[in-house]
Design a protein around this ligand. Structure first.
Ligand code: AMP
Length: 401
């Protein structure tokens, strides 16, 4: 019997999300989340999808090791433990692969070392990814582990998009360049969008807008990334839930000199207390829309700033690509917020862009077009599925060995 199951692990700084997927039919067998790892209030939410209902565990999970052991126990209780002969591979989401790790990669010591070496450019994420891989290796030493990198899709970016205009020696000495993130989502969504248009990915130019709590845009020409809005870190680009996105770097010096803020304080301000949250006190687009309906001026302004930035990126990437087949919305806000989609393309008829009010408002879980039939440039909603993409890439790699 050829094993066909893939366990996908997404280890964050204090959480582990997981899905067990059977690649024979792409079905989900179990999904879950271990959260608040390291705190007294840790919880594990586990759901076997073949039946049996959701289960919860409460109580301290001391570290990622403990969390992964608890996850393995829950899977084992459903007869789908890590020792199962049906398990083909564990696929890990790894945030930063740098310049060397640009394709899904079978993890060995050298690969782990490289992921560790990149910790200075991904201090929040790569340490958790390394821990997740080490623990999985300990629990199932004989099983292949594949790392799928969030930066990989963007590694095709040409130098003129990837470099900052700063002194080359300084940049190279410290690996300062634009890497981009959410690459697994941009890759999956651009492939699905091409399918929706009835074309091969190599034939279409797309502007992909991944609008979740984190948000990024990318310009994709013929299936390859030509530019993306996140940079050295996920801070650059669009206005996000709690991140500022683009900002004059002199703001950092100014806050240091004038407000006496430390580097760490400015880092925390721009990553955690900015974006929609910093502007109006809420980072959830649903809540912002509710407040707007009640006439709340701060929520209105936050929305307008969010849309203004989005529109600037649509325009910029239109110019980068020259011709555009579709603008594609994905992730929490992109998939669910009709008002954001409508506002983002409002006034862009001259560029061939429009949404159909009814199609836009209709909702749904499937990839769909929301532009009127006459539109020169299609507008699409394509639900992202990073876990399935990681499973596909990990499975393809072990199947090809
Ligand atoms: P993600 O990071 O992709 O999980 O997206 C999370 C974000 O999606 C939340 O913070 C909300 O702002 C947004 N979101 C989720 N559902 C909706 C909805 N129905 N309408 C508007 N925004 C939504």
């Amino acid at each position: 019997m050829t094993p066909t199951r893939v366990l996908v692990l997404n280890s964050g700084s204090s959480s582990v999300k997981y899905q067990l997927i059977d690649m024979a039919d792409r079905s989900r067998l179990a999904v879950g989340l271990a959260e608040r790892i390291g705190e007294e209030t840790s919880a594990l939410h586990h759901e076997p999808l073949a039946g049996g209902g959701k289960r919860e565990r409460h109580g301290r999970l001391a570290d990622h090791d403990a969390a992964l052991e608890a996850i393995a126990e829950e899977l084992a209780a459903d007869g789908m433990g890590l020792d199962s002969p049906e398990l083909a591979v564990i696929g890990h989401r790894v945030v930063h692969g740098g310049l060397k790790l640009t394709v899904p990669t079978l993890v060995d010591d050298a690969v782990l070392k490289e992921i560790e070496r990149l910790i200075p450019v991904a201090p929040l994420h790569n340490p958790a990814n390394v821990t997740g891989i080490r623990t999985a290796q300990r629990l199932r030493p004989d099983l292949p582990q594949v790392a799928v990198f969030d930066t990989a899709f963007h590694s095709a970016m040409p130098e003129h998009a990837a470099r900052y205009a700063i002194d080359v020696e300084t940049a190279d000495a410290h690996r300062v360049r634009r890497y981009g993130f959410h690459g697994t989502s941009h890759a999956y969504v651009s492939r699905k969008a091409a399918e929706l248009l009835g074309k091969d990915a190599s034939e279409v130019n797309l502007i992909v807008l991944h609008l979740g709590n984190g948000a990024s845009a990318s310009a994709v020409r013929g299936g390859r990334c030509e530019d993306t809005s996140m940079g050295l870190t996920p801070l650059e680009g669009l206005v996000m839930g709690t991140r500022s996105g683009d900002i004059d770097p002199a703001v950092v010096f100014h806050l240091g000199r004038v407000a006496g803020m430390s580097m760490d304080e400015v880092d925390e301000l721009l990553n955690k207390r900015s974006g929609l949250l910093g502007l109006c006190g809420d980072n959830d687009m649903r809540q912002i829309r509710r407040r707007m309906a009640e006439g709340d001026a701060a929520a209105r302004l936050a929305f307008d700033i969010y849309i203004h930035r989005l529109k600037k990126y649509i325009g910029a990437y239109y110019a980068v690509l020259g011709t555009v087949d579709a603008v594609v919305f994905t992730a929490g806000v992109g998939e669910n917020s009709a008002p954001v989609r409508e506002a983002a393309v409002a006034g862009l008829k001259e560029l061939g862009l429009a949404v159909d009010g009814e199609l836009n408002a209709a909702g749904g879980k499937e990839a769909r077009l929301i532009s009127p039939s006459y539109a020169r440039v299609k507008v699409a909603v394509v639900p992202t599925d990073e876990e399935l993409e990681i499973a596909e890439q990990s499975y393809a790699l072990v199947a090809s060995r």
